[in-house]
Design a protein around this ligand. Sequence first.
Ligand code: GDP
Ligand code: IMO
Ligand code: MG
Length: 433
Amino acid sequence: MTTHGSCTVIVGCQWGDEGKGKIVDVLAENVDIVARYQGGANAGHTVHVGEEEFILHQIPSGILHQGKRCLLGNGVVLDIVQLFQEYDALLARGVALEGRVGVSRRAQLLLPYHRLLDRAVEEATDTKIGTTGRGIGPAYEDKAGRRGVRVIDLANPERLAKRVAAAQERVVRRLEELGATEALATLERDMDEALALGPRLLELATDTGPEISAALRAGKKVLLEGAQGTALDLDHGTYPFVTSSNTTAAAAAIGTGIGPTSIDAVIGVVKAYTTRVGEGPLPTAFEPEMDARVRELGGEFGATTGRPRRCGWFDSVLARHAAQVNGLTGIAVTKLDVLDTLPELRVATAYRMPDGSVTESFPADTWSLSAVEPVYETLPGWQAPTTEARRLEDLPARARAYLNRLEELTGAPVQWVSVGTRRSQIIPCGAVA
Ligand code: GDP
Ligand code: IMO
Ligand code: MG
């Protein structure tokens, strides 16, 4: 199919929280549609507009630009209660939403029993994932197990009741096995609340694939917004310490219902250092003192759960893996300003494996990843503020050298550099799709 507009995927290249929300918000000014393609309310995308901060969990980060259409694709697990909480909170803050939000008829519903099960399983298990507790795993399990309830089922109350009852009954049995029945106390009430929102959700229903394809044929521009990041991808991440969806760029086609040939560009968002929240290995983790310092400088606390994020040096082994898996056409480097005061910076270029061998590729064995020793290269810090830079030339030479090195090691051109939370704090660097 020939497309005339442009379709760009924005994808996280680390363990989430790379600043996708900020980048999508900045780029959304010049597009017509922004669509989420996977994940659910486990995402926390922070966007600053003037003095105001918005944290979006379910609604795409294009919503803060007037008139842009924001879609939730079939690949999303849609938390109906969360969606309308967010929707109503945006309305209350003066964001005009009429006709702007669309949800795929094929999207899976994430219902209150998914959250109960997520939390009960985490509580009961020895190998904790450190999930966000938003019900993501159980909702995708129901999808893959063909027990899921979809948006379109809301249009047929009889079928809906049957499918919900079957899925819920199974969850109740599992909660009983786990000895977590106290969690059931409010389930009936919560389910009534969720399902009462069905008619309201149906008013937003659309077919995201045809809608996006028609827009592209009409010459419009589309952004497909990823949630989480490459290292949390169900196949390509640090399994099993991952989320339950494919977060990477190829999922953007499946998760919205367009063909892969409709995608023109893939921009990977990388933080200028690394963070991780939840369990699982972080090879380039800082020593405790530095960890605390960068967490403070970068405000590294989870946007969804408030948990402190672990911090570490930039990991180019992971960045190259992300470039390969996502087919990156460019990268957006965020939070460069957070490094402004550091006297020197390290970048991991390879891993020394437990057997002494050195590798430049991201190992499939997650447990070996816990035991690798990163091979570092040290670069001088610039120790000057970058927050006012608006062109590459405005940056200190050492900051430019750092960016050049990230580009070289990752193998994808730097197209954007973000130097603060504000919309204006962005440096465009060359050809952008
Ligand atoms: P996302 O999940 O990828 O959208 O990222 P989060 O919103 O969870 O976390 C990124 C955090 O960094 C948010 O608080 C953003 O406001 C903030 N942020 C984004 N870009 C920049 C930047 O360039 N500099 C600074 N200092 N903060 C940024
Ligand atoms: P955004 O879109 C960072 C992590 C959790 C946990 C693992 C599985 O804001 O970048 P889940 O609730 O998905 O079953 O948890 O994934 N995680 C995230 N970490 N940013 C996110 O989203 C995340 N979404 C999930 O901490 O380790
Ligand atoms: Mg986040």
